[in-house]
Design a protein around this ligand. Structure first.
Ligand code: SF4
Ligand code: SF4
Length: 267
């Protein structure tokens, strides 16, 4: 842990970043995001298996940007989020420093998008075995049962929007669910409006979700939202040979075209 403390302290003392966003002690069972601005408090950072938050979610928040340049304690999903935000022109080269804790206790510091891309290519970006099993189980269901599965899941949604708040790629300044003139999506949680919300969200994230699972972990009723997004990601990977969060300069699969694209769907 001391390597992380030393790296964070050094970054703050040198002025390379104004804030280090990492994890600190939370409740008995969890860690919580921690913003360190005082080098003397770098020792409060922790990093272990409880540190699962995708801290890239903070990068675009106006109140965090106002603090100055940030350094993030990163894991593969954090790196992929940064690359995807860069590909969407939300971050530019040099906006963020990544501190990557390594298994041997060391910490690797990466800043350039090229180095972040290299670090992502070395990391395992697969779903967990449990997520893979659940995804395969749902995918094997006949179409009507798959529809029923998601209907039942979305019926439980409380419309608390914790999934949106936890997602680093949900950064619209005004979300469609907050628009009331016209009211596109009903406010109360009921089956029809819930389906509207989740279909809209899934489509907004199609080709952009980096599979961090933060949405599902944030959900108070354990809806496996990330699996729906992953189904779409796998479909896009198969159809367009494109995956989100691997490159800072990738184009968006659903907004590019070639003259060789299939166009039978518009005939
Ligand atoms: S897994 Fe969920 S939180 Fe993570 S990028 Fe995809 S939609 Fe957002
Ligand atoms: S976090 Fe769960 S309950 Fe809340 S809006 Fe998202 S899916 Fe619905």
């Amino acid at each position: 842990m001391s390597a992380l403390h030393d790296a964070a302290r050094g970054i703050l003392e040198s002025g390379a970043a104004a804030v280090v966003i990492g994890h600190g002690e939370g409740t008995a069972t969890g860690a919580r995001p921690l913003f360190v601005r005082d080098p003397a408090k770098a020792g409060e950072l922790v990093f272990d298996e409880r540190c699962v938050h995708n801290l890239a979610v903070y990068l675009l928040k106006p109140e965090v940007k106002a603090l100055g340049r940030a350094a993030l304690v990163g894991q593969p999903p954090t790196l992929r989020s940064v690359l995807q935000l860069a590909a969407e022109q939300q971050l530019k080269e040099g906006d963020v420093i990544l501190l990557l804790p390594e298994p041997d206790g060391g910490v690797r510091q990466v800043e350039s998008f090229a180095d972040i891309e290299r670090a992502v290519s070395e990391a395992d970006a697969q779903l967990s075995p449990e997520e893979r099993a659940c995804l395969d189980e749902v995918a094997a269901l006949p179409r009507e049962e798959r529809w029923r599965f998601w209907q039942q899941e979305f019926t439980r949604c409380l419309k608390c929007y914790a999934c949106r708040a936890a997602c680093p790629l949900c950064y619209c300044t005004q979300c469609i669910v907050d628009v009331n003139q016209p009211q596109w999506i009903p406010v109360p949680p009921h089956p029809l409006g819930n389906m509207d919300w989740h279909v809209v969200r899934a489509m907004h994230l199609a080709g952009r979700c980096i599979g961090c699972g933060a949405c599902a972990r944030a959900c108070p009723v354990d809806i496996p939202l990330n699996l729906l997004n992953q189904v779409i990601e796998e479909e896009i990977a198969g159809q367009f040979d494109a995956r989100a969060g691997l490159s800072a300069s990738a184009s968006y699969a659903l907004s590019t075209f070639t003259t060789g694209d299939k166009d039978t769907f518009i005939r």
